[in-house]
Every structure is written in C-alpha cells, then in structure tokens.
Design a protein around this ligand. Structure first.
Ligand code: SAM
Length: 246
C-alpha cells in the first residue's frame, strides 16, 4: 500500500478496525499520523525498491495516485502482482486530469491568451491541471489516468481484472443530488483545500518548465476566483479499479 495524508488515515482506520491484520503504508515522504496502532507502520521508501523485497506475501495492496508518478507503471503493476499472494487483491485508484461539469462532461480548458477569470464555459483550474500534469516527467507513461488503470491490470497475466467504479468529488459545493455522492458538502470543502494546496505545490514545476511568474500570477488568481467563489459547478472524477492475483 502506498500512503500519504488521507491514505494514512485510511491505513490507521483499517488497522484499528481489523486488529488481526498488519497494515504497512509506503511513501517517498515521511508519514507521521497522530495515532499509529501497533499493527500499523509507515515506511519512507521507494515503492519499487520496497516491493522488490517481497514475493507472494500481501493479501491486499491499495495503490492510489502513485502509478502516475513512478517511471514505469507497468513495472510497478508487475511487482505488485509478484508481491501479492494468489487470491490477493490489487486496488488501483487515480483521478482523471479533467474538470467535469454537472452533466459529467469535461470543461474545455481556459484559453491562455484570454485572462478573463469569469468564463462560464471554460475552466482555469482545468487549464492549470492540464499544464501541471503535462509537465510531470512520467506523464509520458501510458494508462495511469484513472479510467485507464484497468489496462495495466488487464495487460499483466498475473491478474484477473474484476471491475472499476467511478466517483465524482464536488469542488467547493455539495455535489447536489447526484447519485453516489456521500458526504458531498464535506468532500467539497476538502477538495477546495486540495485545489489550493495543489496550486502551491505545482507552481515550482510550472516555473521550472517554462512558464513565467507573471503568467502564473494571472492564472493563479483566475483559478482561485473560480474555485473560491464558484460560478460554475465542478467535479474531479476518480476511478477505482480492482483485480485479483490468479
Ligand atoms: C498524488 S500523491 C498521492 C498520495 C496518497 N497515495 C493518496 O492517495 O492520498 C502522490 C504520492 O506518490 C508518492 N510517490 C511518488 N513516487 C513514489 C515512489 N517511487 N515510491 C513511493 N511513493 C511515491 C509521492 O511521495 C506522493 O506522496
């Protein structure tokens, strides 16, 4: 399992709910949740190097929003398969790099030469997300978008692919009466914090990859205007896909 932030909470909750299991969270960064039960530990490591040490031992591996970041997602999938016991389960999850409207259609990207922030048709956050993820060095890696993760599982003969589910997280609203949205208002608030954090965290990579400070100032303001006082309803789309080790 790879882990960080909300994934840490999930790991701790899982360990508390099932005291007879051992839960391990892996991330390149330090994980220090306030409460860590005895049957749970967090390891700061490269998931590839970590998994290379294990074969046929894990019952469940959850890998959320990480396949996109490793240099070779196919190799990661293969290693996960090797480290699971037969019958063990892989849960892959990731978002899709688009921002969706209430009809579950992607907003077109805001136009870079049009600095107006109140365009109701196009989205500045969609533009920022696109520009940031397009610059990730591993972005050339295929099949790591949420709706493509199933291909990684289907192409690896160690797995029987079983299915996938889609979720839409509202950004700074409650998601309305859309089917399948639980705790929409809370998710909406958390997603706003996520977006603002993401703006901050992705800024250095945008600067180092050719965008100017002046451009980013305008875009940053436009995204903040868009998400903090929304004139349009926005969702981020997630997909969870699962497979069993044969
Ligand atoms: C978008 S965050 C997702 C965090 C967490 N898994 C979640 O779902 O909330 C991507 C995470 O991948 C981690 N990461 C990237 N490459 C990694 C690697 N080779 N091994 C372990 N973790 C890695 C980063 O440190 C970062 O925390």
């Amino acid at each position: 399992m790879t882990s960080d932030h909300s994934e840490q909470i999930r790991a701790v909750e899982m360990a508390l709910e099932f005291p007879h299991i051992e839960v391990i969270g892996i991330d390149l960064t330090e994980s220090n949740p306030k409460i860590v039960p005895g049957n749970c530990r967090f390891i700061k490591a490269d998931v590839i190097a970590f998994l290379e040490e294990y074969a046929g031992v894990f019952d469940l591996i959850q890998c959320r929003s990480v396949a996109k970041h490793v240099p070779d997602a196919t190799a990661l999938t293969c290693l996960i398969g090797r480290s699971l016991r037969p019958g063990g389960v892989l849960l892959f999850a990731d978002a899709i790099t688009d921002i969706y409207n209430v009809d579950k259609q992607p907003y077109p990207l805001a136009l870079v030469n049009d600095s107006a922030s109140n365009d109701k048709i196009r989205s500045w956050f969609a533009r920022w997300l696109f520009e940031a993820t397009a610059r990730w060095t591993t972005k050339a890696q295929q099949n790591t978008e949420g709706d493509k993760l199933h291909i990684l599982m289907r192409e690896d003969s160690q797995f029987e692919y079983l299915g996938q589910k889609t979720y839409y997280s509202p950004i700074n609203w409650d998601g309305g009466d859309q089917e399948g949205i639980l705790n929409g208002a809370e998710i909406g608030k958390l997603m706003l914090l996520n977006v603002l954090d993401f703006l901050q965290a992705s800024r250095p990579s945008l600067l180092s990859e050719g965008l100017t400070e002046a451009t980013l100032q305008v875009w940053d303001k436009n995204v903040r205007d868009e998400v903090t006082a929304p004139t349009k309803r926005m969702f981020l789309k997630w997909v969870v896909a699962w497979a069993v080790k044969v």
